[in-house]
Design a protein around this ligand. Structure first.
Ligand code: GLN
Length: 483
């Protein structure tokens, strides 16, 4: 059974179809791994009781019998939903998010709720009100965030897939720091219905897996239009991203190497070497590499900072103790009740962002900050579109270094925000990007690179990433103590 821990969905599906393994056995196996290892890693906020699954013996469907974890800002019907915040205490989801419903229809078994940064605000997992998920490669370090639990559980071989969410890099960055594959689809590819809003113009559900094939499979299932989300793209799902995984690169493929990102200040030497190795491999596989500068990359973090805070402030206004979750018990009047509920219910980082967001939106400042950030965002998108006339994909770092220690940026929140430097631009321009493991830096810490493409280029990204993955063995490396 041990070899199952890091097996791909593809392998497990084959075993289930050949009846060498029953879904029930595999679910029990995963639950056992949570029992054994998750008291250390702390990736899950809850693992559901097996008797509450209604499709556990089902083997049909592309994910028939395959369990996974759902980030706890995505609704699962009749399950608690906390967004890793105290303010949602006691809230039970009345419906499934569209992505969850599609996964269940495909036979998947959502096994539990993954820990994350509070309301997905963070890049380390440290802002969760409940627990700090550890990086499976080094327990003194963060797994990245905000989809900390999703990435850590997959990297630790507890489940083969997990849903995360992205506003500015929250799937790709933890995926890179945990040594797995993480995708951020085109804005609108996956319905946001049932994803708790953080920055609505940026938010997308994304997927964590150990292999490119598995990522393409799961993303294809959750993709497609949805009447319940007016921003969802009109193409019907599911999407087939798997049959294009040939192991080869599209003839004549041009990859833009974004030099102002690759040689950005603060990039560690070792990570630069790993990225160069990956580039060489892509070239060997037949890609034409074209060096270019993309100034838009350098505005991403600042623009993201304004827009994400502004949208967060308005989205989080709904948590006021009236309709959802926690209500401060000892208020004397309505205003008091709002203040006490929000003051006690939200953690520090969330309160900080609400304050900033209201400031950048306030009369007298909105033009200066919010409107100018929106204008720069439009210019960024124009620049990306222009670049994609010359190249098919872009090659980017995912993070400036490997996983950092807990509390590393406790006194310097701005430094933490710079974690979003390479990832947030894709969210701002609404285009897809996938992070793929590309080796290890000092202290045996995994790192990754991103392939980013124009709107709806997921198939091409996955094809290229798969060819790279097949030619390397990084995806087959796992933390020793978990093997
Ligand atoms: N690190 C970013 C932030 O703190 C990204 C979060 C996200 O993508 N949800 O906002």
């Amino acid at each position: 059974m041990k070899e199952l821990a890091f097996a791909s969905i593809k392998t497990i599906r084959e075993k289930i179809q050949k009846r060498e393994l029953s879904p029930r056995e595999y679910v029990d196996f995963c639950i056992k791994r949570f029992e054994t290892f998750d008291s250390t890693i702390l990736s899950a906020l809850e693992i559901f009781k097996p008797e509450t699954f209604n499709n556990i013996e089902r083997t049909e469907g592309p994910l028939g019998g395959i369990p996974g974890l759902i980030k706890d800002n995505i609704c699962q019907k009749n399950r608690s939903l906390t967004c890793a915040s105290k303010i949602l205490a006691g809230f039970v989801s009345p419906y499934d998010a569209t992505a969850v419903r599609k996964l269940k229809n495909g036979g998947a078994i959502p096994l539990g709720r993954a820990n994350c940064d509070e309301f997905a605000m963070g890049a380390s997992g440290e802002t969760s009100a409940f627990q700090k998920t550890k990086n499976p490669w080094d327990q003194t370090r963060v797994p990245g965030g905000s989809s900390s639990g999703s990435a850590a559980a997959v990297a630790a071989g507890l489940v083969p897939w997990a849903l995360g969410s992205e506003t500015g890099g929250s799937v790709r960055q933890p995926a890179a720091l945990c040594g797995i594959v993480g995708s951020k689809p085109t804005y609108g590819l996956v319905s946001r219905y049932g994803l708790v809003a953080y920055g609505s113009s940026l938010d997308q559900i994304g997927v964590c897996t150990r292999t490119v094939h598995d990522n393409a499979l799961v993303l294809g299932i959750i993709a497609g239009m949805d009447d319940k989300d007016s921003t969802a793209l009109p193409q019907k799902g599911p999407h087939d991203y798997v049959s294009g995984l040939t192991g080869t690169i599209r003839p004549g493929l041009k990859i833009g190497v974004v030099t102002n990102a690759l040689y950005a200040e603060g990039m560690g030497n070792e990570i630069k070497n790993r990225l160069q190795d990956a580039l060489r491999k892509l070239e060997e596989l037949g890609a034409e590499l074209i060096e270019l500068t993309l100034p838009a990359m350098d505005y991403g973090a600042a623009v993201y900072f304004m827009i994400s805070r502004a949208e967060a402030a308005s989205n989080l206004a709904r948590f006021d103790g009236v309709r959802y979750g926690y209500r401060a018990p000892d208020a004397e009047n309505l205003r008091d009740m709002y203040e006490l509920t929000r003051g006690k219910g939200f953690g520090r980082e969330v309160r900080r962002r609400i304050l900033l967001g209201n400031y950048v939106l306030s009369a007298g400042h909105a033009d200066q900050y919010y409107a100018s950030a929106c204008a720069v965002r439009r210019l960024m998108r124009a620049q990306f579109l222009e670049t994609f006339k010359k190249v098919d994909l872009l090659f980017l770092p995912t993070s400036p270094a490997g996983a950092f220690k807990f509390d590393a940026f406790a006194d310097n929140p701005l430094q933490m925000d710079l974690q979003d430097y390479f990832t947030a631009p894709s969210n701002l321009v609404g285009m897809p990007a996938v992070s793929v493991p590309c080796g290890f830096v000092e202290n045996n810490l995994p790192v990754g690179f991103q392939l980013a493409g124009p709107d709806c280029s997921e198939a091409l990204i996955f094809q290229t990433a798969y060819a790279y993955e097949q030619a390397t063995e990084w995806h087959a490396k796992h933390p020793d103590w978990l093997v």
